[in-house]
Design a binder for this molecule. Structure first.
Ligand code: F0G
Length: 399
């Protein structure tokens, strides 16, 4: 079997080169499904260990090192890469102590080419766009996806189009999209509204949509899990903790971990903890009803990256939580900013949304969900320079 597109709900399949964002039969989200039986026979940990440190494309990328698990059908020369990934996994004993656990690692996805984890998805998405013969790519964004799309569009000679909310886009992110030369459209609406507009745009014009509803984005983001676990010498941590907005990242983590076990790269799954801002918490609310009920919310939080009230990947995130016996937690903006300040003061630094990770870990330890002797890998999703205004205001006490 070659890789195919497959509806996660009704299992209907589509060829990999069809331009499609949702199942034509039932409207369900699509997965890129690979032939795991073949992969089980053909890749091992050694396949990926042998590529560490290479200077040659595409395996010098921390995404394409795992090419067989992401897009086995690609020729190397079809890949558009900066290259991305190869981010540090920091051992942070002081922060572990603050959170109340023995062993904490922070994987810093702000160390990607445009300063966020989005680059790992964008290399997959833009590569697919070119494969499909597209010349224009678009997204709605709270700022990081647009920065990444703008860069990868420029890098590959495509036109980038980004829709951003008129207010509350962090200045670092806005400046990137402008600098990289994307067509920037500031809409007087929030992220959720902009996403609807991009969907309309891509349905009517010849424009390829690169929001995380696009499954090729999520394939690239799986590499965060591959790389973190390889960095731990293939030892599986007890917990993976990640902030949740549109829920693309957490969805991709679930798929990555499930596939790793199917292929035999790991023998058990870590538990996934998704942390939401209290003012943008539709997943958390649904979690409290054991996913019986789901209602979009009007989002409001200082962590503008995750100011999302109706996450498109909700069903995939629920699946990831089911696969990993996962949990959802929420944190206040105050807790987020305190945790961010502590990460910053270590000399590591991150943007506000990433503060949710550490704040969430502390809360889960206090709630008895994460045990003090468990090993935790937390995700820092964006660079400290993304949102300088909030950092300065926090320290000036003017937030
Ligand atoms: N952290 C940062 C720094 C982000 O930019 C985002 C999402 C998230 C966490 C949440 O990830 O959506 O996969 O659950 N930013 C998107 C954007 C929405 O447009 O840049 P998610």
């Amino acid at each position: 079997m070659d890789s195919i597109l497959q509806c996660m709900r009704c299992r209907k399949t589509y060829p990999i080169d069809q331009v499609i964002y949702a199942c034509e039969s039932c409207g369900g989200l699509l997965d890129v499904t690979h032939d795991l039986d073949t992969l089980k026979r053909t890749v091992t940990r050694a396949t990926f260990d042998a590529r560490l440190g290479t200077l040659d494309a595409p395996y010098n990328s921390g995404v394409w090192r795992y090419k067989e698990l992401i897009a086995p059908y690609l020729r190397d020369d079809q890949i558009i890469s900066r290259p991305e990934g190869n981010t540090n996994l920091y051992h942070v004993p002081k922060l572990a102590q603050w959170a109340g656990i023995g062993k904490l690692y922070l994987k810093h996805e702000g160390e990607n080419p445009t300063g966020s984890f989005k680059d790992r998805g964008m290399t997959g998405g833009v590569t697919q766009a070119r494969l499909l013969g597209m010349t224009r790519v678009a997204c709605a964004s709270t700022g990081n996806t647009s920065a990444s799309l703008a860069a990868y569009a420029a890098w590959s000679g495509m036109q980038g189009i980004v829709l951003m909310q008129n207010k509350q886009i962090a200045s670092g992110k806005l400046s990137q999209s402008i600098a990289y030369g994307a067509t920037c459209i500031r809409v007087d609406g929030d992220f959720d509204k902009n996403l609807e507009l991009v969907k309309e745009l891509s349905a009517t014009a010849d424009i390829y949509m690169l929001n995380s509803i696009n499954p090729f984005r999520l394939e690239g983001q799986k590499s965060i899990m591959f790389e973190a676990i390889q960095q731990l010498r293939w030892n599986v941590p007890d917990w993976i903790v990640v902030p949740g907005g549109n829920l693309g990242n957490s969805s991709s983590f679930g798929k990555a971990l499930w596939e790793m076990r199917e292929i035999g790269l790991i023998d058990r799954l870590p538990r996934l903890a998704i942390i939401q801002a209290e003012g943008a918490n539709p997943l958390y609310r649904a979690y409290l009803t054991e996913f019986e009920e789901y209602h979009p919310v009007h989002a409001e939080t200082i962590a503008t990256a995750i100011k999302i009230g109706n996450p498109v990947n909700y069903p995939k995130a629920v699946r990831a939580l089911e696969w990993t016996s996962g949990v959802v937690e929420q944190v206040t903006d105050q807790q987020t900013m305190e945790a961010k300040a502590l990460i910053d003061a270590q000399g590591i630094g991150c943007e506000p949304a990433s503060g949710c990770t550490l704040a969430g870990i502390k809360k889960l330890v206090e709630g008895g969900i994460i045990a003090p002797n468990e090993t935790v890998v937390g995700l820092l999703t964006g660079h400290v320079l993304k949102d300088p205004d909030v950092t300065i205001a926090y320290h000036e006490d003017t937030l």
